[in-house]
Ligand binder design. Structure first.
Ligand SMILES: Cc1cc2nc3c(=O)[nH]c(=O)nc-3n(C[C@H](O)[C@H](O)[C@H](O)COP(=O)(O)OP(=O)(O)OC[C@H]3O[C@@H](n4cnc5c(N)ncnc54)[C@H](O)[C@@H]3O)c2cc1C
Ligand SMILES: Cc1cc2nc3c(=O)[nH]c(=O)nc-3n(C[C@H](O)[C@H](O)[C@H](O)COP(=O)(O)O)c2cc1C
Length: 618
């Protein structure tokens, strides 16, 4: 398991019981080694509140608790040490961020201060002090974070290092900081303590590190005491190469690991969208790397290695690379996962046998209803799930229609498998009416009936060219027509992508000043680049006025009216809760619960969390 910031620590970086349990569970799942998340070596190197820290002795005790549980579960406890450099803010560290050169972080954009030579020396000492604490806490391997546009990477790369002194310029100069850090770590830990180095072998920015230059840098650095290298990619301008979204191919960095492996004589770890044990196996078999790192895959399912070993492949809850984890650490200050509601809630979400097994009727076979069903059935309840459509999956079915979202289907497969495993009785093509509830006489009814498209009040909405988004994402090949999509939220953007992939010219009309509100940042960046490449036109700050048989009249920001010719108009104007059944049964005297979009239209993540919670408390 590579380092994955969980931020399940106190605001000041103190290790919490939650963090200990998080790592215990991951170790119990069977990985050979766990590299604990990046721990800051210095107060001004912290990138966010809740980041793990190793810059003071007081953190050692907490870190040693993680070491103990990881070892007790049979994995090697390792840890990454880290300095954020320019990738932080005054708000977090109380001063201007320090970096090799005064170039602002492209993502944060605040003012940055160039390190002085004495400042650099102080930092080198701090890396050494942190290394001693690594050993004191009991870790058995130390990893230096030399990747992802953080301080060491900033020094290595001409993209972020424009110093004229001995710490900049040619590769010799740009590797100097890393060399001094390695020398100090070795001086303090001796020659035998295993040290790994994580590198962004390709930064994918102009003037950034290329594979060739990274290999040259590694050849300079390895003799200073690196025992193993983790080959990653990306920096603060290219986060899509750090946490590769669902658009990227699986194991997309394995070939760069192979190139490094061919050039160096130490073990190489490959990381990046290795979310499946078969792919992991292939990387090793093809000798692309000596070790594979599975990051988000173990957030989604900590037991993936164990399940693979036991041949229980379809019990694996696969990471879909939605990057909810990345988004949640920075937006919520703690890690969360769309497919795994227990992540970060390991203690509160334990599954205990039901004290009083009951007859439960679940209405709706979307992600919410499915999770509630199998969890309740696992606990011993008798569960029947009714779905009015011919298949399970709910809105995830249109939600996985576009090419880059096919992996969402793995979530439906996982939930369906768990329902079979725990004996949920599934009734497809059964639309439940209040009379059915009366005749079934369940002890509990879970209403998970999802949502309905919100149809805007627009003149001409009845024209034949108008259709809801669901009819475009129905799995059939759409006719090649010029299309106007009304609504530029996540669904509108997805529809636009889908149609543009089929060769349709697409214009998206959005009332807000920007389209894509609600999309996760990294997926959004890649999606919008692809939409632009496909020529999708966005008209933001515009309101649709009326639809005709030939297109749509809109009002632009300057109150100008404009006609957009179209052979198809797709409505992606939001959804509203489908409460028809709930409203009619809520006062009938049953114990009734509502979950997911039927409560309030949001995301599959919310629906699954609510289902998972309800399944545990009934
Ligand atoms: C195009 C698209 C893309 C999306 N992409 C994402 C994404 O990337 N990430 C994300 O987190 N979320 C995404 N979502 C949202 C997500 O799919 C929903 O939030 C989620 O499916 C809600 O789950 P649910 O179980 O509450 O309801 P639903 O998935 O809507 O399921 C409700 C089910 O109930 C059934 N039903 C309704 N009434 C009855 C009845 N009376 N009897 C029997 N069955 C009934 C329906 O047929 C349906 O199958 C997307 C949605 C769409 C439309
Ligand atoms: C939530 C999250 C936190 C991360 N934190 C770190 C970190 O602390 N140090 C690091 O080197 N990489 C970090 N990464 C990157 C991962 O180690 C890994 O390189 C990346 O997620 C790609 O691998 P994966 O597809 O197996 O997840 C993080 C990634 C995620 C999603």
């Amino acid at each position: 398991m590579p380092p994955l910031a969980s931020f399940l620590l106190d605001r000041d970086g103190t290790v919490t019981d939650k963090a200990v349990e998080h790592y215990r569970m991951r170790a119990a799942g069977g990985p050979a080694m766990i590299i604990m998340e990046a721990c800051a070596v210095s107060r001004e190197g912290i990138v966010s509140f809740h980041q793990a820290r190793i810059d003071e002795d007081r953190f050692v005790e907490g870190l040693s608790k993680i070491v103990r549980v990881v070892k007790a579960e049979g994995a090697i406890p390792a840890v990454q040490i880290h300095h954020g450099g320019r990738q932080t803010s005054v708000k977090v560290i109380g001063r201007r961020p320090l970096a090799p050169s005064p170039l602002p972080c492209p993502a944060i954009r605040g003012e940055v201060e160039a390190l002085t030579v004495s400042g650099i020396r102080e930092l080198v000492q701090k890396f050494g002090d942190a290394a001693v604490r690594v050993r004191e806490a009991g870790f058995e391997l130390l990893e230096l974070h030399g990747a992802h546009g953080y301080l060491i990477n900033q020094f290595l790369s001409p993209y972020s290092n424009i110093r004229q002194d001995a710490y900049g310029g040619d590769l010799e100069g740009r590797t100097r900081f890393a060399r001094e850090v390695l020398q100090e770590v070795r001086r303090r830990l001796g020659p035998d303590f295993p040290v790994s180095f994580k590198i962004s072998a390709q930064e994918f920015v102009s003037n950034g590190l290329t594979l060739e230059e990274s290999i040259a840098a590694l050849k300079i650095l390895i003799p200073e005491g690196i025992d193993m290298v983790q080959v990653s990619a990306g920096n603060d301008a290219t986060p899509e190469w750090i946490c590769q979204p669902m658009f990227m191919k699986k194991a997309c960095l394995a070939d760069s690991a192979r190139a490094v492996k061919k050039a160096v004589n130490i073990p190489v770890m490959s990381v990046g969208r290795i979310n499946d044990p078969f792919i992991a196996e292939r990387i090793i078999a093809e000798e692309k790397a000596d070790l594979v790192c599975i990051g988000r895959g173990l957030l989604a399912d900590p037991e993936m290695p164990k399940k693979a070993e036991e041949g229980r492949f379809d019990d694996i809850r696969t990471c879909i690379a939605c990057n909810t984890c990345m988004e949640s650490i920075f937006k919520k200050g703690r890690v969360e996962c769309l497919v795994n509601p227990t992540l970060g809630r390991e203690q509160e979400m334990a599954i205990l046998p039901a004290r009083n097994p009951r007859k439960i009727m679940v209405v709706g076979g979307g992600p919410g209803g499915m999770d509630a069903s199998w969890v309740a059935a696992q606990r011993g309840h008798r569960v029947d799930l009714y779905e009015k459509g011919p298949a399970l999956g709910g809105q995830l079915i249109p939600g996985s229609a576009t090419t880059y979202k096919k992996e969402m289907l793995s979530l439906i497969r996982f939930q369906s498998k768990q329902m079979r495993r725990y004996g949920v009785r599934v009734h497809l093509n059964r639309e439940i009416q209040p009379e059915d509830v009366l005749s079934e006489k369940p002890d509990v009814v879970i209403v998970a009936t999802g949502s309905l498209p919100a149809v805007p009040r627009l003149e001409g909405i009845e024209h034949e060219i108008v259709c809801p988004f669901s009819s475009v994402l129905d799995g059939k090949r759409p006719l090649p027509r010029e299309t106007v999509v009304i609504g530029g939220g996540p669904t509108g953007c997805e529809v636009a992508f889908h149609l543009s992939e089929q060769g349709c010219p697409v214009t998206v009309v959005e009332m807000l000043p920007k389209a894509g509100k609600g999309l996760e940042a990294i997926n959004k960046k890649v999606l919008f680049a692809k939409l632009a490449a496909k020529g999708v036109r966005f008209l933001t700050g515009c309101r649709p006025l009326r639809i005709t048989a030939q297109g749509v009249w809109i009002k632009e920001a300057a109150d100008k009216e404009r006609f957009l010719p179209a052979g198809r108009v797709v409505l992606a104007t939001g959804i509203r809760p489908n409460t028809a059944l709930y409203d009619r049964i809520k006062d009938m005297g049953f114990e009734v619960y509502r979950i997911g979009d039927c409560l309030e239209p949001r995301t599959a993540k919310d629906a699954i969390l609510e289902g998972a919670r309800l399944g545990r408390i009934l």
